[in-house]
Design a protein around this ligand. Structure first.
Ligand SMILES: [Zn+2]
Length: 118
C-alpha cells in the first residue's frame, strides 16, 4: 500500500489567506473607485478638488523657487547640477555675463557650474 502524498497544510493555508486578502483588496479598490466617481460627479466637489490641486501646485512652485534661491544650481535632493542645462553633474565652473540691474555697469560677471556637454 502506497502512502498518499499531501501538501503541507501550512502552505495551503497561506495561499488561501493570500487569495482572500487579494479578493478583499480588489473589492475595496472597486468600492473606492465607485465612491470617487460618485464624489466627482458633484460639481461642488470638483471645484473643491480643482482649487486644492491649484493651491498644492502653487505651494510646490514656491517651495522649489525658495530652494533654488537658497541653493542655486542644485537638484531636488541637493545634488549639484549644471547651471545651463540643469540636467547633468557639473565638472567645471565657467564665467558668464548677466545684464546688470544697476546703472553702473552694463554686464556683471557670474560663475556658473557647467557639465561640459551642453
Ligand atoms: Zn549642462
Amino acid at each position: 500500500m502506497g502512502r498518499k502524498r499531501r501538501r503541507s497544510s501550512g502552505k495551503r493555508d497561506l495561499r488561501n489567506e493570500g487569495e482572500s486578502v487579494a479578493a478583499l483588496i480588489e473589492k475595496r479598490r472597486l468600492r473606492s473607485r465607485a465612491f470617487m466617481r460618485q464624489w466627482r460627479a458633484d460639481p461642488e466637489n470638483r471645484v473643491t478638488e480643482r482649487r486644492r490641486r491649484y493651491q498644492d501646485y502653487v505651494a510646490k512652485k514656491l517651495r522649489i523657487a525658495e530652494r533654488l534661491r537658497l541653493h542655486p544650481y542644485t537638484g531636488a535632493h541637493g545634488q549639484p547640477l549644471c547651471g545651463l542645462c540643469g540636467l547633468a553633474r557639473p565638472v567645471e565652473i565657467v564665467e558668464r555675463l548677466r545684464i546688470s540691474r544697476g546703472a553702473s555697469e552694463e554686464y556683471v560677471k557670474i560663475l556658473v557650474p557647467y557639465c561640459g556637454r551642453c
